[in-house]
Design a protein around this ligand. Structure first.
Ligand code: ADP
Ligand code: MG
Length: 253
């Protein structure tokens, strides 16, 4: 479904990704892990069109993504969440989800936000769909609550609901368990698994929480300094000395 081929990108003198290649199959849960600064979020930025690589190819269902603007990439069926949770804090949870839908219909999150109060906002079908998505992530009781006042775990799930409102086929989750407690993380794991099992979504997840990575991923790719150092099943990468060294090297230095 997603093919990344020989991807390289630099920022000034810093090489963020260097010759990275991987493929993600439809209905796969694929994890990208690695120390801070390894280039994980940069992969998402390139796939969603926010950053342009200096070399390489990115294909989605056979189509070249690198020639497309971000809103067109979104319309092809790719949605993401951000490492720093980015809900619209002063809007209700329901309106946050409605914006996600609007981004799909009209192209562009900002335009969606600006156009929010009119026409479709009152559209019963849109609201019902948004409520169903809140229900899907366990937040239907919070529909009328200001997003900024929700606990972090709920904001993270709200961001997922907003991404789902664009009806993606590929969902990119950037550190969805960051800052969550173990109970919230379990809920999140069940949600991600359910999105794949019940809705047939393909998921690429960047995450530091190894319980989540080991618990839900079909395959894992380990990045360090913008290069792949290992890939395989969770079991395989957990036993790879190169992975263990990269983690110990970065966390205990
Ligand atoms: N837009 C940017 N401008 C300059 N440097 C960037 C930019 N995006 C990422 N970087 C740098 O690229 C490297 C990889 O960043 P990132 O992909 O965010 O890592 P990760 O998500 O694995 O922690 C880091 O050194 C980061 O500072
Ligand atoms: Mg990151």
């Amino acid at each position: 479904m997603l093919g990344v081929e020989d991807l390289s990108i630099s920022f000034g003198g810093l090489t963020a990704l260097s010759g990275l290649s991987f493929e993600v199959a439809e209905r796969e849960i694929f994890a990208l892990i690695g120390p801070n600064g390894a280039g994980k979020s940069t992969v998402f930025n390139v796939v969603t069109g926010l950053s342009r690589p200096s070399a390489g190819r990115v294909r989605f269902r056979g189509e070249d993504l690198l020639v497309l603007a971000p809103h067109r990439i979104a319309r092809r069926g790719i949605a993401r969440t951000f490492q720093n949770t980015e809900v619209f804090r002063q809007l209700t949870a329901l309106d946050n989800v409605l914006i996600g839908r609007h981004a799909q219909l009209r192209g562009g999150l900002l335009r969606g936000a600006l156009g929010l109060p009119f026409v479709w906002r009152e559209e019963a079908a849109a609201r019902a769909a948004a409520r169903a998505l809140l229900d899907r992530v366990g937040l239907v009781g919070a529909a009328g609550v200001e997003a900024g006042s929700l606990p972090l775990g709920a904001q993270k799930r709200l961001e997922i609901a907003r991404a789902l409102a664009a009806a993606p086929r590929l969902l990119l989750l950037d550190e969805p368990a960051g800052g969550l407690n173990p109970t919230e993380t379990q809920t999140l794991m069940e949600l991600i698994r359910g999105l794949r099992d019940a809705e047939g979504l393909t998921v690429v997840v960047v995450e530091h929480d190894m319980e989540l990575v080991m618990g839900i991923s079909d395959r894992v790719l380990v990045l360090n300094y913008g290069r792949e150092i290992s890939s395989g099943s969770p079991r395989e990468i957990a036993a790879d000395p190169a992975v263990i060294e990269a983690y110990l090297g970065s966390e205990e230095a």
